[in-house]
Ligand binder design. Structure first.
Ligand code: R5P
Length: 295
């Protein structure tokens, strides 16, 4: 029987060896159905294979957050540079016009607020019928591997995968890091791979050391969250390193909408994700755009 010690053994992740060539541009998705591929193609640009997801679902646990006090004002100017909008159904229906062709990553898990010490006991908070009405390109569900709510959150993930598969909607499995967990490569290796094995089509996690091992061992695309606000240059560095080490994009929130100039920042992040810009070049783009873009 597999055991806890097994995950301590050093592994050869064969980082230099690419997975077998696929015809479809999204890792591990060669054999899914047409509708799911079409939705994945809205999220991941078929030319670059990458995605820039703009996350503004923070209100579902944090209430009104700095930079998101007025969703109706802060988000619309950023939409044109995003490939995908990650949000709750409440935020989308009340504040975002549906007159654009961006992919939607619909936040479908719900639970406790940040006031609770243990937030790991989430439930599925959106019916698949309503996800379809929202024209969700994927449904986002959080997992809490190693936390007291681990089993419950895994149940949410597998139910979401079953419901999503029924209608051709991919699941974005979000790796949450509870207060009792450390952001170590070992933890992310475990959590990202578990989610892929449960059948999610995309995994969202954080950047960490040895990131190329995590992307190598995860058979589906990984996108990184930005995490807490850091300087604009640091956020671009994290993005660059993640992309270089196999990430298929970012699902970034605070480091965009809390930037001094969010519109300039999303353009700079986009240049790293899709246009292979170096950190220096992207930061220069940010500085130049900041001077000429009002927000
Ligand atoms: C958190 O509530 C959400 O899952 C966010 O979408 C996620 O943390 C990404 O946002 P950020 O880049 O601000 O970490």
């Amino acid at each position: 029987m597999a055991d806890k010690d097994g995950i301590n053994l050093p592994k050869d992740y064969a980082i230099d060896i690419k997975p077998p060539t696929q015809h479809f541009h999204v890792k591990g998705m060669e054999h899914v159905d047409w509708g799911m591929k079409n939705r994945l193609s809205k999220i991941f640009n078929p030319k670059t294979g990458k995605t820039l997801m703009l996350a503004f679902d923070h209100g579902y646990i944090m209430g009104s957050t700095s930079g998101l006090e007025r969703l109706d004002l802060s988000i619309p100017p950023l939409i044109e540079d995003a490939d995908c909008l990650m949000a709750t159904r409440g935020a989308l229906r009340s504040c975002i016009m549906p007159d654009h062709n961006k992919a939607i990553a619909l936040r479908c898990s719900a639970g406790s607020s940040v006031l609770k010490d243990d937030m790991s006991h989430e439930v599925i908070g959106v019916d698949i019928d309503d996800a379809i009405r929202m024209n969700a390109s994927c449904i986002a569900v959080q997992s809490f591997i190693g936390a007291s709510g681990e089993c419950q959150s895994i149940n949410n993930i597998v139910k979401a995968v079953d419901n999503g598969n029924r209608y051709g909607i991919p699941v974005l499995g979000v790796v949450a890091v509870g207060k009792e967990m450390k952001r170590t490569p070992k933890y992310f290796l475990l959590a990202t791979r578990m989610l892929a094995e449960f059948g999610v089509s995309i995994v969202k996690t954080y950047y960490c050391d040895d990131f190329e091992k995590i992307t190598a061992a995860c058979p589906v695309p990984i996108v990184i969250a930005g995490g807490k606000k850091v300087s604009e240059k640091e956020a671009l560095e994290i993005t660059y390193k993640a992309i270089q080490q196999g990430a298929a994009g970012v699902d970034m929130g605070r480091n965009v909408f809390q930037a001094e100039n969010p519109k300039a920042m999303i353009k700079a992040v986009r240049s790293v994700v899709h246009d292979k810009f170096s950190v220096e070049k992207a930061f220069k783009l940010y500085e130049d755009m900041k001077r000429c873009t009002t927000y």
